[in-house]
Design a binder for this molecule. Structure first.
Ligand code: SF4
Length: 92
């Protein structure tokens, strides 16, 4: 969806900005720079998700266009620590 489309379809209501039946919350600081931001009445909203703060609660937003996935410094694959511990115990 283009950001212009969002601005056209979003409706300002007594409760706030509504889009497709969702009450939209403004973007958060981490969103700044993302291409999915649209401005409606001088307030910035995410065109993909109604609660931007929730998308950052457990790490980087998976919809973000301005954040690259981080590569594990040890060489890539993250291990489940419990499975790794069992695997190490078996090798002894
Ligand atoms: S896609 Fe994620 S980072 Fe981008 S504006 Fe929406 S919530 Fe923020």
């Amino acid at each position: 969806m283009s950001n212009g489309n969002f601005a056209e379809k979003a409706q300002v209501t007594d409760k706030g900005l509504e889009f497709n039946g969702f009450l939209m919350e403004p973007i958060v600081e981490n969103c700044k720079g993302c291409e999915r931001i649209a401005t409606v009445q001088d307030q910035e909203y995410c065109t993909s998700y109604p609660l931007p703060a929730g998308k950052w609660r457990h790490g980087a937003c998976n919809f973000a266009t301005h954040v690259k996935a981080s590569v594990d410094k040890s060489g890539g694959v993250k291990l489940n620590p419990i499975k790794a511990s069992k695997r190490a115990a078996r090798k002894k």
